[in-house]
Design a protein around this ligand. Structure first.
Ligand code: CO
Length: 493
């Protein structure tokens, strides 16, 4: 499986030139039944996988400065009776439509993409390009493309045609934001065990306003409450337990001047302060309880959380942390990354003791990993298994994600399904088997970019037998640029 890695270090299982090609734009929109399949799609696998991520890494040939500035493209994989149908469409955001018509960059991107013409052409342009590229969920009969700094866009779930900016039937106002990391609480204590969607928004400033939203299955607002916390916040994700919404306020400083003067994107003005503590913010989900608690721990930088759960006097929070995070520089090229010089994302458990107000931390996995997932019934609950994108081996350094790792938190057992040397995985999604009873009884769906073929495969793995053969590998006719997040719905679209 791992061969022909001439010229690479002994413990390096990827080829950087192949990896880079996964960042080519996919300007075409497709719609077809996937017929090139290894293995068999399980007949019981019925529903739709939606994925979001930057589909364009350039505007009319001018590269964006960072993939996070790439226009959102939705892919859908609909499964029924052992067959799979693929579709991809760009979210027709106002900026996407305008830039495609103009054939040039008209907006500054948050992560450093600038309009042509130097700083004079960028100075004092504070328009936000809502690129709708981070996540996609189906909730309350709406398919919503999410980007954390602005409103969601809704799409027609069958055709992926963009309907437009969606204010969630008045829950949001123009200019509001809605994070790209909602959780579905499988059994909400405040709603007699009904599932609900929990999400948040951030208004950063000298102090930051965190708003928590909870929506019922019809998309109606159950609860909304806002809290102000001291300091600037860069918060991408959060975690929930039955009683708390949990936020990690990363230690960053923000100097807006280079952005205001048109020298840098706003995201390039955020500077990580590795020696300062992260603040863990606990906000009670019950709006009657207004007691926000803040704890401190030296954690490094956290983008994503795997899960959280609570006991009587403790909160457990499992997160991916980076010891240091380089600042995005105006003169850098994201494709020229030297993985060996970057700290790995590592999985940590933070145990918050509510009695003596201390935080302990424990390294659960040192191998470079990102994009954790779990059985949806275990969100916010004590759980046993994490499935996560991971490097092929544990070198203590950063590396591309080339496999899906299953971690048994009870026994410490690890199982890796690796696609090294030419395979690069995306976020795994766990789909429970119908009538399954065990926590790992499900399929793991992940898009794998095959650098040797310059195309992507949708791979189905068996959660109970990760190291066995793939259940099925569905070869697309093209590649899909490295994406961000996605979700599963039992509805077939
Ligand atoms: Co994310």
């Amino acid at each position: 499986m791992i061969s022909n890695l001439a010229g690479s270090a002994k413990d390096q299982y990827y080829k950087i030139e192949e990896w880079k090609r996964g960042y080519q734009s996919l300007p075409h929109e497709y719609e077809y039944e996937i017929l090139d399949i290894e293995g068999k799609i399980p007949l019981e696998l019925e529903g739709t996988l939606f994925r979001n991520g930057p589909g364009l890494l350039d505007i009319a040939g001018t590269p964006v400065h960072h993939p996070f500035d790439g226009d959102g493209m939705i892919s859908s994989f609909a499964f029924k009776e052992g067959k799979a149908y693929f579709r991809n469409r760009f979210v027709q955001t106002e900026a996407y439509v305008a830039e495609q018509e103009a054939g040039e960059i008209l907006y500054r991107g948050v992560f450093g993409t600038q309009k042509p013409g130097g700083w004079l052409n960028n100075v004092f342009d504070f328009r936000l390009k809502n690129i709708a590229n981070t996540n996609i969920i189906y909730w309350g009969d709406k398919l919503l493309a999410l980007w954390e700094a602005a409103e969601p866009h809704s799409l027609e779930p069958k055709t992926l045609e963009t309907i437009g900016i969606d204010y969630l039937d008045g829950i949001l106002q123009p200019g509001d934001s809605f994070s790209a990391h909602p959780w579905i609480d499988p059994s909400c204590e405040l709603d007699n065990g009904e599932p609900c969607l929990v999400n948040f928004s951030i208004e950063p400033g000298l102090s930051s306003k965190i708003t928590v939203f909870e929506l019922n299955q019809d998309g109606k607002l159950l609860r909304r409450h806002a809290h102000s916390v001291p300091g600037f916040s860069f918060i991408h994700d959060f975690a929930i337990t039955p009683n708390y919404a949990i936020f990690c306020q990363n230690p960053v400083s923000f100097n807006p001047l280079p952005f205001l003067f048109g020298w840098r994107g706003a995201g390039e003005c955020v500077e990580f302060q590795p020696h300062k503590p992260t603040k863990i913010i606990l906000i009670p989900r019950n709006p009657d309880n207004k007691e926000v608690k803040i704890f401190e721990v030296n954690s490094g930088f956290i983008f994503h959380h795997a899960n959280a759960f609570e006991t009587e006097d403790k909160i457990y929070l499992d997160s991916i942390a980076y010891a240091t995070l380089p600042q995005v520089q105006p003169d850098s090229n994201y494709k020229e990354v030297d993985f060996n010089k970057l700290d790995p994302g590592q999985l940590w458990r933070f145990t918050i003791n509510l009695q003596d107000e201390t935080v302990e931390k424990e390294l659960l996995e040192s191998r470079c990993c990102e994009f954790p997932t779990l059985h949806p019934d275990k969100v916010g609950r004590d759980y046993r298994y994490i499935f996560i994108g991971a490097a092929h081996n544990d070198t203590g350094r950063n590396a591309p994600l080339q496999g899906i790792l299953k971690l048994d938190l009870q026994t410490g057992k690890q199982e890796l399904h690796s696609f090294a040397g030419s395979g690069y995985v995306s976020e795994p999604i766990f789909v429970p088997k119908p009538n399954g009873t065990k926590e790992d009884e499900g399929w793991i769906l992940t898009l794998v970019y095959d650098g040797s073929q310059h195309r992507s495969d949708l791979v189905i793995l068996d959660g109970e037998n990760m190291q066995g053969d793939v259940v099925a590998k569905l070869h697309l006719k093209h590649h899909i640029p490295y994406g961000l997040h996605g979700s599963w719905t039992d509805n077939v679209f």
